[in-house]
Design a protein around this ligand. Structure first.
Ligand code: NDP
Length: 284
């Protein structure tokens, strides 16, 4: 058997097209042009690449890209002050402070300053609290991209056994909470999990967000499982996921790396920005 390929590039293009149409309708109905403020502190090369793509995609979809470059020498108070100004700026509907911040800056404290109504990354304490409470709110982008892929491919979620590997605040924990909200029975594994293979073999749905190339091999996967590989690992042979390619021999469906979850993150960021604009500036 060869697993069906879950095509994140195609789904992300669909999501972006839907957001572009919805942005146009929102503006035609009298809404303001949605604005996404990106804040890049310092000169981490990977962060530059990410922010550049976020800016390009927002412009393509009719969302204003309002960018702020901040020198690595900026103080905590300066960065937090910028966030406060963006909170108060009515042309800004979404605020994205690119992680990681340079050493010496307290990233959590900066995130905590972001107005939850503009928290399009979904990573502030209030947004994460709303996720735990099951209240409406902006959800983290990569995790909601994972759920969007499962829904688009009509993977049955209710009652399914979902196993997530990785418990970061960025990916693993929110993915687990979103799967729980979708009525999966969720197991969350991490580096101290006693019998990882044993846990994984019980999974109908397996989500890997680990950061270890090829860690999940076919002997750890139940025949017919749906496997979502969030991992993006730079190796001498190029980008690799956390899931070994041999898993395609047993899984029923699998996301490729690249071209799986990766493209979904920016697409979901765009949807969050539109949703934020809609709730900040409701049209009649
Ligand atoms: P973190 O390093 O923050 O978390 C990794 C998690 O994996 C931890 O919970 C850790 O456990 C667990 N882990 C590490 N080694 C093992 C092991 N041998 N067995 C079981 N669990 C293990 O990573 P992130 O969550 O930020 O990212 C995970 C991956 O996803 C990375 O490859 C990253 O590049 C990718 N990523 C992709 C995105 C996208 O597609 N757009 C967005 C964000 C991330 P413990 O907590 O015990 O240390």
């Amino acid at each position: 058997v060869t697993a069906r390929r879950i095509d994140g590039t195609a789904v992300a293009a669909d999501v972006r097209a839907a957001v572009a149409a919805d942005v146009a309708a929102f503006v035609a109905a009298g809404g303001p042009k949605p604005g996404l403020a990106t804040v890049l502190v310092g000169d981490d090369p990977a962060s530059h690449v990410y922010v550049r793509s976020k800016r390009r995609v927002s412009e393509e979809l009719g969302i204003a890209s309002l960018h702020h470059d901040v020198p690595a020498t900026a103080s905590q108070a300066e960065v937090e002050g910028l966030v406060e100004r963006l909170n108060a700026d009515a042309t800004v509907h979404g605020i994205l402070v690119q992680s990681p911040l340079p050493d010496g800056l307290d990233e959590e404290a900066v995130f905590a300053r972001i107005d939850p109504a503009k928290d399009v990354d979904g990573l502030t304490p209030v947004s994460l609290g709303r996720l735990v409470l099951g209240q409406p709110g902006l959800r983290p982008c990569t995790p909601s991209g994972v759920l969007e892929l499962l829904r688009r491919y009509e993977v049955p979620l209710e009652g399914a056994r979902a196993v997530v590997v990785g418990r970061s605040t960025l990916v693993g924990k929110p993915v687990a909470l979103l799967l729980l909200e979708a009525n999966c029975t969720v197991t969350l594994c991490h580096s101290r999990t006693r019998d990882l293979a044993g846990e994984l073999r019980r999974a109908d749905i397996l989500v890997a967000a680990i950061g270890r190339p090829g860690l999940i091999t076919k002997d750890m996967v139940a025949p017919g499982a749906v496997v979502i590989d969030v991992g993006i690992n730079r190796t001498p042979d190029g980008l690799r996921g956390d899931v070994h390619p041999d898993v395609a021999e047993v899984a029923s469906a699998l996301t490729p790396v690249p071209g799986g979850v990766g493209p979904m993150t920016i697409a979901m960021l765009m949807r969050n920005t539109l949703d934020a604009a809609r709730s900040l500036a409701p049209t009649p």
